[in-house]
Design a protein around this ligand. Sequence first.
Ligand code: ACO
Length: 340
Amino acid sequence: MAIEIRATGRAVPKNRVTNDELAKKIDTSDEWIRSHTGIGARHIAGEDQSTSSLALEAAKQALSAAAGKTGIDEDAVKEQAATLDLILIATATADYYGCPSVACLVQHGLGAVNAAAMDISAGCTGFVYGLETASGLLGISDSRKRALVIGAETLTRVANWEDRGTCVLFGDGAGAVLLEKTGETGKRGIVRSVLGADGSGSEALIMRRGGTKNPFKKGETVELPTVIEMDGRAVYNFAVKAVTGAIEFLMDREGLAMDAIKYIIPHQANARIIHAAGKRLHIPEEKLYLNIEEYANTSSASIPIALDELNKAGKLQKGDIILTVGFGGGLTYGGNVIIW
Ligand code: ACO
């Protein structure tokens, strides 16, 4: 048995905002953002879009691709959706507080009447957690065969646009993969994962208001809606250690040499974090996939968006070994070894 990726999809809002455009409204510059983060632009969801609408679009792209179609083919989507046993959505920016889950909204939007649906809350590591969770749920039961795992976010809705240290970092988008349990006997698909957490860093990335611990009170004058607060230095230090540690662990356990790996797909939070980790581990630059310049940090969507880009560009061949590695709010970290 193997849990293999059958198809991928992505959705990003059309509204692309460059650093120069942002600098007209915020006290920042293209030079500062690029030199500190590697970001050149971000895509911002329109008023008619939400985390669930982006997730639904990415899901439809993946299901259409699974049927051999380019773009979205609604008939193919309907047919494929009926075969789904599970929909997992990793997100830190769900449409609604608590319930319904984004996964249930997508389940309804797809007409996936046979699928269980739930969200995963693991910050930017959510997609990495999602792949391992779905693999386990497919593997443990004879009756489950196909799962959609999606990372979807509208982080620009929870950015504090008065805090130039954080608002320039985020973008919106979604990426999806279709997993299928196959009879393959050799090593294929999701072969190993590492998942970890360090809750002692919970305050380093936090949406402090609006939850049940600090609810908005009746009559209160709210100066800011729920926004992300971040201790950038603390997250940076955690991230470099987490990324290097996860890659080393996965390579060690799988007995992998760097030469054997085609791509390492890191969470796209800051190009400096990725380069620092790459330097420590002597990873050749061409193996580290970077698209942060175009999308900024899309949290749990960044790895599946990158996977879809590589896949659609024809850069992944059967048998290629890929590592994903993520870190984020919680704090959490993790990685997957995937044999394409
Ligand atoms: N434009 C211009 N100047 C700025 C900006 C900006 N957008 N933001 C901050 N500055 C200024 C600061 O005011 C400060 O000026 P000062 O020295 O005069 O006080 C100076 O730049 C340095 O600020 P720092 O915050 O110290 O900058 P740093 O080099 O640490 O970079 C950054 C900040 C990019 C946020 C970095 O700490 C980082 O990337 N941390 C990790 C963030 C991360 O990975 N987050 C993951 C998010 S998890 C998720 O994805 C939801």
